[in-house]
Design a binder for this molecule. Structure first.
Ligand SMILES: *[C@@H]1O[C@H](CO)[C@@H](O)[C@H](O)[C@H]1NC(C)=O
Ligand SMILES: *[C@@H]1O[C@H](CO)[C@@H](O)[C@H](O)[C@H]1NC(C)=O
Ligand SMILES: *[C@@H]1O[C@H](CO)[C@@H](O)[C@H](O)[C@H]1NC(C)=O
Length: 881
């Protein structure tokens, strides 16, 4: 036996010795027939985490708690009657520092509160609770809170124990005549209620703590002080949140002999002999649902609907708030009313209504959508709105997936809608799996649909769609399929498979994936198009790269030509600058090696670039902007990727990534690169990822004729990439406090997004302009509620902001060298925050409101020195014309 094992045994022995040694004077009991009077005090506060907002007042209550040992059976199980009497409550008003106000309790409430409960109790352990099951939940919960104070043990150790908080892991530390109980509130299991966003970044951070101090003398419980704190705040913004503090105290005042009780009765007989109703009750608090008095009703809304024309500008916060109100309204509505809303909505409001109905996700809303949407009739754009709304759902349900599956199943529809349907299906599958719902029949059926579609794909773009759908699932089980297509496919298929692999977090980029990427980059088996090789290299570089890979990539880079080599070198360097990159040190060492970073390899720098830098940084959130530009040797743009990412607590979210690709530009200027060789067809297209969902790729034009038709017919308007509202955050959490009070935290975050892109080729000026314009509005509604039988408090924080980001590139071929200018600008950002605390207690109610607003000035981001120089030249030339 190892020495430590021996030590362990000895220690186990000494612990059991200690606990038995202390065990005997530590029997906990109440004397038969004796009536104990305890003084009970409760103090609870719900307040904001930020000092800026008004602070919630304390709720205080005190009472006499009477405990009467009615019966003890031979196995030493006591039947205890616990009764709360003379409860008085008062409320210290919020912020104002005014005098505390008595809360008037009506007669009925008083008498319900005084109805006793019974517990079967054995030396500190509550085995069962009996009471009136018809009583209001909040009143019984308060009694559960008092009873929970009697749940203790007289020896050190960790066990799972049940009380008002649920079944939780608790640790006891016993010393002299005091016992400390620490409860791990994160371990509690309780009746399931509520929901959370799949993406943890859009959720809530919950930090609870609970500690109780018991004093026992002569086997009798003298006092208890139970303290519990909770901090709940947005993951992305810790200053929006609440603190909940709760304190319960019980102090022995006196003991008198009560009416004596017959010894031989059974527990059931004893209970039957007492007054009132007593059914066995759960020891854990039951969730209480607050009635909604000010909730908007769809019924009422529909009455005046035709007169209310909402102006729908998705980039305005007013629209996003309206979106959130709609969701609330639809969550409480009947199918008939939702259907009526959909049927009566004017055309320009219909996408908004469909998005709200999907986000509401109630069974009646989904049923109404199912009736309303006819996939063989509705216009393509509305069907795509529906499918993307489903794909962006923050916490899709199986019913939503079933609806999408039903609509896609075997029906005739335009190919674009089917493609969008597939990528949406992939996203839904991924999100359901992350909610541990991978085993659902609907999920399995969806996977089959995608895989069958992939196997039977005849056209290239069909294979591409299904591979992108697999990428949206982010399921590691799809990786082998993706690898197979990456290695074998024609260019478009390889590109799609690699792009899907890039959706996966680093832990899934295994050595097998890396091996395949090396094969592609170094062209071990067959040759690949340059952009595919670069994408493979990026996977190797982005996921904890091996030094060997970095070296080999840099050494091989020059074979790819000046532009690709420049691109790769800058990629490595920009990864270095981003200090969050895990391989920063390795790459630094490598780049200092003169054999690798030498004059010959990288002196003939091209104009391709790779840039990434922070946009904003707070304690919990870093947002970055990245831009990759890859040119062909002749100076033609081959590919541009602009990326907005969010990094928080080790999570990485691709908030928006827009890729514009162009091919065959050189043929347009009559500059065939190689004699007699047919260059690639003239095409330009775009693909985008939003919130980790890859959308269906869009083609701007394919072929010269198509380009000309589009140029001639074009209104000069940019193509809309995404326009609509989505629910980013959707969270509902019920926290039963040990005191029996209930806290509920609700979070809803809405986003209005309008992104458009444009590629403008001016053949006469020999200019190429691309622009990606993003306008967005964000609204966050955070609410925390506290419910007691005699008080309701709500703390609400409403935050809103509008933003616009413009990203433009101008490229002029007429001059030599080619001039290129990139501009990234952010418009003014108006924002507003409003805090409200409202309380109603007894016959009084009050509301306190506080807020702030402002505007962050517009700004232009300096990208890099060389770029600023080029922009100056180009813009000067423009002005000169
Ligand atoms: C509320 O109740 C208290 C006590 O019953 C009473 O004194 C007070 O006048 C009541 N206030 C209102 C506004 O009704
Ligand atoms: C525990 O009791 C011993 C003697 O009974 C005393 O000396 C010691 O200070 C006590 N410790 C605490 C932590 O109260
Ligand atoms: C709860 O918070 C109060 C005030 O900040 C603190 O004094 C107390 O120790 C905390 N209790 C627990 C169990 O964390």
């Amino acid at each position: 036996m190892e020495w430590w094992a021996v030590g362990g045994y000895i220690c186990l022995l000494c612990f059991s010795f200690l606990s038995t040694a202390r065990g005997s004077p530590w029997m906990l009991s109440f004397q038969p027939g004796t009536l104990y009077h305890y003084h009970y005090a409760l103090a609870v506060q719900l307040g904001p985490v930020a000092s800026l907002s008004p602070s919630g007042g304390w709720l205080r209550a005190q009472a006499v708690v009477k405990m009467h040992q009615l019966h003890r059976d031979p196995s030493r199980d006591d039947l205890l009657q616990v009764q709360i009497q003379d409860l008085k409550a008062l409320q210290e008003p919020e912020g104002t520092g005014g005098p505390p106000m008595d809360i008037a309790l009506n007669k009925e409430l008083q008498s319900d509160l005084e109805k006793p409960v019974f517990i079967s109790w054995s030396s500190g352990k509550i085995k069962a609770l009996y009471g009136d099951e018809t009583e209001s939940t909040l009143i019984t919960n308060l009694k559960r809170g008092v009873v929970s104070l009697l749940q203790l043990q007289a020896h050190t150790g960790t066990i799972v124990e049940e009380d008002a908080s649920g079944s939780c892991q608790v640790t006891y530390t016993v010393s002299n005549n005091s016992i400390v109980k620490t409860k791990d509130l994160l371990s509690c299991t309780k009746p399931k209620m509520g929901y959370a966003s799949v993406n943890e970044m859009f959720g809530i951070q919950w930090q609870p703590s609970s500690r109780s101090l018991y004093v026992v003398k002569d086997s009798l419980l003298q006092s208890v002080l139970a303290e519990e704190n909770h901090t709940l705040s947005l993951v992305l913004r810790s200053t929006t949140g609440v603190k909940i503090s709760s304190r319960q105290e019980l102090k022995l005042v006196s003991s008198t002999s009560g009416p004596s009780v017959a010894a031989e009765q059974s527990l059931e007989n004893m209970l039957a002999g007492t007054e009132g109703q007593h059914q066995p009750l759960a020891i854990a608090s039951l969730p209480f649902r607050r009635g909604c008095t000010h909730c908007p009703s769809l019924r009422v809304y529909l009455k005046t609907f035709d007169r209310q024309r909402v102006k729908m500008d998705v980039s305005k916060v007013a629209t996003t708030w309206q979106f959130q109100r709609f969701i609330q309204m639809l969550r409480g509505a009947k199918k008939r009313d939702v259907l009526q809303l959909l049927k009566r909505a004017p055309e320009d409001m219909l996408p908004f209504t469909v998005e709200a109905a999907v986000a509401a996700q109630s069974v009646p809303s989904l049923a109404a959508l199912s009736d309303f949407l006819d996939f063989s009739k509705e216009p393509r754009s509305l069907l795509e709105t529906f499918l993307y709304a489903a794909a962006f759902s923050p916490r899709p349900t199986k019913e939503l997936l079933r609806l999408v599956l039903d609509k896609l199943d075997g029906k005739q529809m335009v190919p674009e809608v089917r493609d969008t349907g597939m990528v949406a299906l992939g996203s839904l599958v991924g999100k359901l799996c992350r909610q541990q719902l991978c085993g659902l029949q609907e999920v399995e059926h969806s996977m089959e649909t995608i895989l069958t579609g992939l196997r039977s794909a005849e056209k290239e773009h069909e294979a591409v769609t299904h591979l992108l759908a697999l990428g949206n699932t982010q399921l590691p089980s799809t990786i082998p399929t993706l690898l197979e297509h990456a290695e074998k496919g024609p260019t478009a298929v390889t590109a799609a498979a690699i792009s899907s692999l890039r959706q996966f977090p680093a832990q899934h980029i295994t050595s097998e994936v890396k091996r395949a990427m090396r094969k592609i980059f170094h062209e071990k088996r067959k040759s690949y198009e340059k952009t595919c090789r670069l994408a493979a290299a990026e996977i190797l570089l982005d996921n904890t790269p091996l030094p060997m890979d970095v070296i080999n990539i840099l050494l091989a880079a020059h074979q790819l030509g000046t532009e690709a080599a420049t691109f790769l070198l800058l990629k490595v360097q920009s990864s270095l600058q981003a200090n969050h990159h895990p391989a920063r040190k390795i790459m630094n060492d490598i780049l200092r090696d003169p054999r690798i970073n030498n004059y010959n390899h990288f002196s003939k720098a091209g104009i391709s670039s790779s840039f990434s830098g922070p946009l904003t940084a707070t304690k919990e959130l870093l947002s970055t902007f990245g831009l990759d530009l890859l040119f062909l040797e002749g100076g033609f743009l081959r590919k541009s990727v602009s990326d907005f990412s969010l990094l928080s607590h080790d999570w990485h979210l691709r908030a928006a990534q827009v890729t514009i690709e162009a091919q065959g530009m050189e043929s347009m200027l009559g500059e065939n690169t190689l004699e007699g060789e047919e260059g690639p067809e003239l095409t330009a297209g775009m693909s985008a990822i939003f919130f980790d969902v890859q959308l269906r790729p869009i083609t701007f034009f394919q072929g010269y004729t198509d380009l000309m038709a589009k140029v001639l017919l074009s209104s000069g308007e940019p193509t809309s990439v995404v326009k609509g509202n989505l629910l980013l955050m959707d969270h509902h959490q019920v926290i039963p406090l040990q005191s029996g009070l209930q806290a509920v935290v609700k979070l809803q975050g809405g986003l209005g997004l309008d992104i458009s892109a444009n590629v403008d080729v001016n053949i006469w000026e020999q200019e190429l302009k691309t622009s990606v314009n993003t306008k967005g509005s964000l609204t966050i509604d955070f609410q925390a509620e506290l419910d007691a039988p005699f008080l309701q408090t709500t703390l609400r924080s409403q935050t809103e902001a509008e933003t616009s980001v413009y990203f433009d590139t101008i490229l002029r071929f007429s001059s030599s060298p080619v001039l290129m200018c990139l501009q990234l600008r952010e418009g003014q950002v108006p924002y507003r925050e409003i805090f409200t605390i409202s309380t109603s207690a007894g016959n009084q109610s009050s509301t306190v409101r506080k807020g702030r607003q402002g505007t962050m000035p517009a700004r232009e981001f300096a990208l890099h020195q060389a770029n600023s120089e080029m922009c100056r030249l180009l813009l000067m030339a423009e002005e000169g014309v």
